[in-house]
Design a protein around this ligand. Structure first.
Ligand code: AHR
Length: 512
């Protein structure tokens, strides 16, 4: 049995929980939109074609903000194709995913869907093949009240009131050679600066995200952020980060330590943004938008039915693309990635798990069939529900383990929050130990009369192994069950986490 000793102190807080870190992402990619959130004719679809079984799971997941419409897709997308009467919308070739895009779903549909789901919209503009003009026109179409050609066109197309979209991404992964319209940092920095200026001239209240690096291992990482922000610092509010993790060659120990890379990535971008701030003598801070993150088995892109192979099959509508099946290990890793985001909540203000449905997603849906939860659904839904109020500094003294990629790493990973309004303290924990249970002891400073209100665990189901997934055949086999024998009294808390598990423990406590 390994051991971890955790200390929290009521006076040591990191800041308010940025609720936008429980964001997600809907891209026109594979079956995320079509047969995912939208499937007219499905038995569960409403009159708009929105699948209500999927919508129910989206609400249960607790998503706060959704990025749309891409991703790589946006870098070749004309927003105008997705507005107006559906029958007259053009069918287009989407080069990013080699897919035939019908444009049956576009901006108006996404706004309606978001309102029904209760999520905020994060809209991405195309800075791959398009530029300043299309960007400012889209803002006018979406946010201007009326009396101009574009705002009146929106009215004519069915939405009298402006959409009032506040949060915008200035393109997607323009640092990546795979991106349509890939740019150098100088080219992108200047374009982002000018697009931002023109968009703000239409609507001064926008919050704008500049593209950072599409991974910490990109050769231009660091220099890219430095150059882009040197151009656009005053015009933008956030810089983006993207990261995907996978288990390589059965090295579960390293995979389980993926959050070490996420910590490094975040700390490095904060340092770079602050260095540009100092050099340029700027007043404001640039915050971080981790607007794509997840576990993604990118290796499987090489298999038969994946995007760059899809060309063999011709141009198809919504093919099955990167529909990763997530196992117990993946769920534990997702829990640690969420911990990393939360622990950095003083600077990471937005985060979007990529993606929402079917495409590397917590929610799966079958055409004409049911919708269901993958293993990674569970840490997300509980953290989105229970991480409220203040983020606490969580001092962890955990036994450690060696792994090939990150060296010496804590076996127990944790984040915690305190909601002063209802007196609840929540701990989100992962035990990375593949063989060993972990004995956890928590000392609460500044709190007393601890009383347990919730304790749940996600672990390997009996008789199965760490690679067990949920699927249509066996159903939702992996999920949350009660974590037994949690002792909460006075200012102490003790419990045991099974080997390879994720857990949430929530208590109510008085201030002392
Ligand atoms: O989320 C899948 C893809 O990953 C996105 O389209 C792209 O931005 C990233 O490379």
């Amino acid at each position: 049995m390994s051991r971890a000793r955790i200390i929290i102190d009521r006076d040591f807080t990191i800041g308010a929980v940025p609720r936008r870190i429980f964001g997600s992402f809907v891209e026109h990619m594979g079956r995320c939109v079509y047969t995912g959130i939208y499937e007219p004719g499905h038995a569960e679809a409403d009159e708009n074609g929105f699948r209500q079984d999927v919508m129910k799971l989206v609400k249960e997941l607790g998503v706060t903000v959704v990025r749309y419409p891409g991703g790589n897709f946006v870098s070749g997308y004309n927003w105008e194709d997705g507005v107006g009467p559906v029958g007259s919308r053009p069918r287009r070739l989407d080069g990013a995913w080699h897919t035939l895009e019908t444009n049956a779903f576009g901006l108006h549909e996404f706004v309606d869907w978001s309102r029904q789901s209760g999520v905020e919209i994060m809209e991405a503009i195309n800075l791959g093949t398009r530029g300043v003009d299309a960007a400012r026109e889209l803002v006018e179409y979406a946010n201007h009240p009326g009396g101009t050609f574009l705002s009146d066109l929106r009215k004519k197309n069915g939405h009298a009131d402006p959409f009032n979209i506040k949060l915008w991404c200035l393109g997607n992964e323009l640092d990546g050679p795979w991106q349509i319209g890939h740019k150098t940092a100088d080219e992108y920095g200047r374009l982002a600066q000018e697009a931002a200026k023109a968009m703000r001239l239409v609507d001064p209240d926008l919050e704008l995200v500049a593209c950072g690096s599409s991974g910490s291992s990109m050769p231009t990482f660091g220099a890219w952020e430095q150059t882009v922000l040197a151009h656009a610092y005053d015009e933008v509010d956030y810089v983006s980060l993207h990261a995907y993790y996978q288990e390589d060659d059965g090295d579960a120990a390293s995979f389980l330590a993926s959050a070490v890379d996420m910590d490094y990535f975040i700390d490095s971008v904060v340092a770079t943004a602050d260095a540009v701030r100092a050099k340029g003598k700027h007043k404001k801070h640039i915050n971080l938008s981790f607007d794509e993150w997840n576990v993604w088995y990118q290796r499987r892109l090489d298999s038969e039915d994946q995007p760059h192979q899809v060309s063999k099959a011709g141009w198809r509508e919504h093919p099955r693309v990167i529909e990763d099946a997530y196992n117990v290990t993946d769920a534990v890793v997702v829990g640690t990635l969420l911990n990393s985001l939360l622990r950095h909540g003083d600077r990471v203000k937005i985060a979007n798990q990529a993606q929402l449905v079917n495409v590397i997603a917590p929610i799966m849906s079958e055409e004409d069939g049911p919708a269901w939860r993958q293993t990674i659904f569970y840490p997300f839904t509980r953290m989105a529900e229970l991480a409220n109020g203040q983020i606490l500094h969580t001092k962890v003294d955990s036994d450690r383990y060696e792994n090939a990629r990150f060296g010496d790493t804590d076996l127990v990973d944790v984040s915690s929050t305190w909601d002063e309004e209802n007196g609840k303290i929540a701990f989100f924990l992962a035990n990375r130990g593949l063989e060993e249970a972990a004995n956890v002891e928590v000392l609460l400073r500044g709190f007393d009369n601890a009383r347990l209100t919730r304790a749940e665990v996600l672990q390997i189901p009996q008789g199965h192994d760490r690679l067990t997934t949920n699927n249509l055949q066996i159903g939702e086999h992996v999920g949350l069950t009660t974590l037994k024998d949690v002792k909460a009294a006075g200012h102490e808390l003790t419990f045991t986490m099974p080997a390879l598990s994720w857990a949430v423990v929530e208590i109510e406590a008085a201030k002392s």
